[in-house]
Ligand binder design. Structure first.
Ligand code: ZN
Length: 136
């Protein structure tokens, strides 16, 4: 396992501690690394009005986008959960990832014991709806 991948996993695991998850009680953390090397973390932030809940992955991506002046490209993502089989991102998050990822973006799912599953974004979400479908 590479140093950078380990670092991203550690940041994703740390991000769980900031989770606001009184309803699901599931603490999720995420860390993304952009192709410019910058790293951003996120945690799930739930809301009593459930539709206002935002997943850890999207929090990290939106933080990255709002703090960079150019369109961002995600090089890798780590997502942590306290589950025997590390949880994959939901459909909303996959769609948001599609906007800023490439087919080669590395996705790592990890649990507290650092059991991990790693795949390319094209394997996680093989037929994403993208800007090209809108002629962009
Ligand atoms: Zn999600």
């Amino acid at each position: 396992m590479s140093f950078l991948k380990n670092k991203l996993i550690d940041i994703a695991l740390e991000a769980r501690h900031f989770s606001h998850s009184p309803y699901s009680t599931k603490k999720i953390g995420a860390a993304i690394q952009l192709d410019n090397g910058k790293i951003y973390s996120g945690c799930n932030i739930e809301n009593a009005s459930y539709g206002g809940t935002v997943c850890a992955e999207r929090v990290a991506i939106w933080k990255a986008y709002s703090e960079n002046s150019l369109p961002i490209k995600i090089k890798s993502i780590a997502i942590s959960s306290d589950e025997n089989s590390p949880w994959p991102p939901c459909g909303f998050c996959r769609q948001v990832m599609a906007e800023f990822s490439t087919a080669e973006t590395e996705i790592t799912l990890v649990n507290l014991q650092k059991k991990e599953v790693t795949m390319k974004f094209s394997e996680l979400f093989p037929f994403a709806f993208e800007a090209k479908h809108l002629g962009k």
